[in-house]
Ligand binder design. Structure first.
Ligand code: 7RM
Length: 635
C-alpha cells in the first residue's frame, strides 16, 4: 500500500524520508495505485538539471480528464463535482455532477473538434469565473489541445501578447463579465486584441451578461447553440506522459511574460497527491479555493487536483466585497465549506472590516484554512486563525509558484504543528536548499538564503514556451544543478521555512506577481516621460504597493503633475491592467545609475521603505547628487 494519505507527524517524517531516499519507487507506487493509465511507464524519472531536462513516467499513456471525470462515474456519478456560485447572490447557483461534467466536457470537446482544433494546437481561454471556464479547460485537455488560460482582467494588449506568443488558433471568451456591481466588456477587449493576432481563426463566445456585442461573421460563434447540437459522448485523446497539458504565463523581471509549460502525467500525480494531503480532503467534504482559474492556483487547486480526487469544488464568480464584505462567510455557511483556501491580500482586506460580518454566519463547518500567493504577515495570520478558524482550524500557509505546478512547502493540517508566518516543512518529495550569495549551500538551521530545490518533482514546469534558453537562464543558472525559485527564505531552529519574499525585481501586489519592466515600459510610452523605475513598498492591504519614480523629458516644462499621474496610471491600466497602477508617483530630476547605465533600484527601494540611513555606498554611482534630491522630495 502506498502512502497516499498522511495522517500523523511520524508518518510524515517516515514517508518524507522514503520519498527522498527512493524517489522513483516512491512516486511509482503513488502513480500506480491512484490513477488510471492507458499504458504504464517504461521509466519513472529521467533528469539532468544542466540541460535542463526532466521527464516523469516516460512511455506512459493517459488522459488527465479520464482521471478527473470518467473514472469517478461508476461511484460518484451523481456527486457534485463543481458548485458554481454566481456574482449576484440572488441568482441561482449551479451544481454540476460528475456525470453532467462528463457530458458537458464532451460536448465542448466535440465543438472544439468541429472547429478544427487538434491535438497539440494552442487555445486561448479568456473567460470569467463561470462554469464554461472549467469546462473549456477540461475540453482542451480531453482532445489534447494545449490550453492557455489568460486571466479575464488583463488588458487587450496583455491578451494579444499572450495569444501571439504561443500562436493560439482559437480564443474562447464571453460577451462580458460581472465583477461586483460592475460589468466588463470582455468581447470588446478580445476584438481589440485580435486586431494584432492574425493566427486566430475562431472565437467562441459564451453568453453571460447579455450585452449587445458585435460578432464577426465567419470568425465568431455563440457557444451555446454549438454545444446544444454536440454529442455528450466522446473519447479522450490518448496522451504521452510528457505531452504538454497547458501553458500559463507569469511575468518575469525582464522582458515579455514567460509561458510556463506543464506536462500531463507528473502534473496530475503531484497536484492530486498534494490536494489530498494539504487539505486533508475526505469524501463528501466541500472544498473552496477563492482564486481565479486564470492563475496557477485555480488550475491546480480548483480544477485538476480536486477533480482528480473526486472532490466537490466551489467556483465563485464574484468578489469578497459584493454585495458586502460578508460574502465569503455567507458562501461558507451556504455550502458548509470544509476547506477554505484564499490569499493574504483578501484576508487583510476582510480583517479591515472588523468581525461584525463574520459573526453573522455559521462557520462551524470549516476544518482547514489555506493561504497562498505571498507571505502572510503575523497580524493577518492571527485574525484568520482567531476569527475564521476560531482557533480550531489549522492554517496551511502554502508556498509554491506557477513554475512548480503544485504546493511545495506547507504544513499538513492536523499533522504539522503550525507557526505564524511559516510555511513550515517541505512537502513529500521536495528537497529545498538555502544558498548563499557565493553559490554555497547553507546547511544547518537558523540560516537565511536563496531558496532552491535540489531534486526534480513531478509537477515542475518543463520549459518556457518557445524559449528553452530563457528557462535555463532564469531557473537553472544562478546555482549549479539547482532550480532557483527567485525567493528568499529563512530556516528556523527546527527546520521550518519562512519565505521572505522575492529577491529579484518582481513585486507582488495583492497576490499578483508584477514584473517591474513591463510597467516601466508602459509608463515610458507617455510622451512626456523620459524614464522610470518601479519599486515595491509595504502596504497594509495589498502586501506591497507600487512606487514609481518618473523623470520627465523636459524638466523645465511645467506640466501639472496631478494630471500627468492620472495619464500614467491610465496608460498602465490599458497596457497591463488596473492591478498594476501605481500608488505613488514621484517626479524626479534623475534616477540613480551605475556607471554602466543600470538603474539602481536597490537605492530607490530603500528610499520608498524610508530606510534613508542605510543606503550603502553611493559614491560609485554615475550621479550620486540625484539621491539627495529624491530623498528631499519623497512622497
Ligand atoms: C502559487 C503562486 C509565486 C510567488 C512565489 C513567492 C510568492 C506564493 C507564498 C509566497 C510567501 C507563500 N504562484 N508566494 N505563496 N510567498 N508565502 N505561502 O502564488 O507564480 O503566482 O507566485 O508568490 O514569491 O515565488 S505565482
Amino acid at each position: 500500500m502506498s502512502n497516499y494519505h498522511i495522517k500523523h507527524l511520524e508518518e510524515y517524517y517516515q514517508v518524507y524520508r522514503k520519498s527522498i531516499r527512493e524517489p522513483e519507487s516512491f512516486w511509482e507506487e503513488i502513480a500506480e495505485e491512484h490513477f488510471l493509465w492507458r499504458k504504464k511507464w517504461d521509466k519513472v524519472l529521467d533528469w539532468d538539471f544542466s540541460k535542463p531536462e526532466v521527464k516523469w513516467f516516460e512511455g506512459a499513456k493517459l488522459n488527465i480528464t479520464e482521471n478527473c471525470i470518467d473514472r469517478h462515474l461508476a461511484t460518484r456519478g451523481d456527486k457534485t463535482a463543481i458548485i458554481f456560485e454566481p456574482n449576484n447572490p440572488d441568482d441561482e447557483a449551479e451544481h454540476i455532477s460528475y456525470r453532467q461534467l462528463y457530458e458537458r466536457v464532451n460536448q465542448f470537446a466535440n465543438v472544439l473538434k468541429s472547429k478544427g482544433v487538434k491535438k497539440g494546437d494552442r487555445v486561448c481561454i479568456y473567460v470569467p469565473m463561470i462554469p464554461e471556464l472549467a469546462i473549456a479547460t477540461l475540453a482542451c485537455a480531453r482532445i489534447g489541445a494545449i490550453h492557455s488560460v489568460v486571466f479575464a482582467g488583463f488588458s487587450s494588449k496583455a491578451l494579444s501578447t499572450r495569444i501571439n506568443d504561443c500562436d493560439c488558433k482559437m480564443v474562447i471568451t464571453a460577451d462580458g463579465s460581472y465583477r461586483g456591481a460592475k460589468t466588463i466588456d470582455l468581447k470588446g477587449i478580445v476584438d481589440e486584441a485580435l486586431e494584432s493576432c492574425s493566427g486566430v481563426e475562431n472565437v467562441l463566445v459564451a453568453k453571460r451578461i447579455n450585452s449587445g456585442i458585435s460578432m464577426k461573421e465567419g470568425r465568431d460563434f455563440w457557444l451555446q447553440p454549438l454545444l446544444d447540437s454536440a454529442s455528450k459522448e466522446g473519447n479522450a485523446e490518448v496522451m504521452d506522459a510528457e505531452d504538454p497539458l497547458f501553458i500559463l504565463y507569469t511575468s518575469g523581471s525582464t522582458g515579455k511574460p514567460k509561458g510556463m509549460v506543464h506536462s500531463s502525467a507528473g502534473y496530475m500525480v503531484y497536484t492530486a497527491y498534494t490536494f489530498k494531503n494539504v487539505f486533508q480532503y475526505k469524501e463528501n467534504d466541500v472544498y473552496w479555493c477563492t482564486a481565479d482559474v486564470g492563475w496557477i492556483t485555480g488550475h491546480s487547486y480548483i480544477i485538476y487536483g480536486p477533480l482528480a480526487n473526486g472532490a466537490t469544488t466551489v467556483m465563485f464568480e464574484g468578489v469578497p466585497s459584493y454585495p458586502d464584505f460578508g460574502r465569503f462567510w455567507e458562501i461558507v455557511e451556504k455550502y458548509k465549506v470544509n476547506q477554505f483556501y484564499t490569499a493574504p491580500t483578501a484576508i487583510r482586506a476582510l480583517a479591515k472590516q472588523g468581525t461584525k460580518l463574520v459573526e453573522k454566519y455559521d462557520l462551524s463547518s470549516l476544518k482547514v484554512l489555506g493561504s497562498v500567493g505571498e507571505p502572510i504577515n503575523e497580524e493577518a495570520w492571527h485574525w484568520y486563525n482567531d476569527n475564521i478558524g476560531k482557533k480550531k482550524s489549522p492554517i496551511v500557509d502554502t508556498w509554491w509558484q506557477t513554475e512548480t505546478g503544485g504546493i511545495m512547502i506547507t504544513p499538513i493540517p492536523y499533522v504539522t504543528p503550525t507557526k505564524p508566518t511559516y510555511a513550515t516543512l517541505p512537502f513529500i518529495g521536495i528537497q529545498p536548499a538555502l544558498m548563499g550569495e557565493n553559490g554555497n549551500e547553507l546547511k544547518g538551521n537558523q540560516v537565511d538564503g536563496r531558496l532552491c530545490i535540489k531534486f526534480p518533482w513531478p509537477s515542475m514546469a518543463r520549459t518556457i514556451w518557445g524559449n528553452h534558453q530563457r528557462y535555463k537562464e532564469t531557473y537553472f543558472s544562478a546555482f549549479d544543478n539547482m532550480y532557483f525559485t527567485g525567493d528568499g527564505a529563512f530556516r528556523d531552529e527546527v527546520g521550518y521555512y519562512r519565505i521572505t519574499g522575492r529577491v529579484d525585481d518582481v513585486i507582488i501586489v495583492s497576490g499578483h506577481n508584477l514584473g517591474t519592466a513591463p510597467i516601466e515600459d508602459a509608463i515610458n510610452e507617455h510622451p512626456a516621460v523620459a524614464e522610470s523605475a518601479i519599486v515595491g513598498f509595504p502596504h497594509d492591504i495589498k502586501g506591497s504597493a507600487l512606487y514609481g519614480y518618473v523623470t520627465l523629458k523636459d524638466a523645465g516644462e511645467s506640466r501639472n503633475h496631478e494630471n500627468l499621474s492620472k495619464e500614467i496610471n491610465q496608460l498602465i491600466a490599458d497596457r497591463i491592467g488596473p492591478i498594476a497602477k501605481l500608488d505613488k508617483i514621484q517626479f524626479t530630476e534623475g534616477l540613480p545609475k551605475t556607471r554602466s547605465g543600470k538603474i539602481m533600484r536597490r537605492i530607490l527601494r530603500k528610499i520608498a521603505h524610508n530606510e534613508m540611513d542605510n543606503l550603502g555606498d553611493i559614491s560609485t554611482l554615475l550621479n550620486p547628487e540625484v539621491v539627495q534630491s529624491i530623498i528631499d522630495n519623497k512622497l
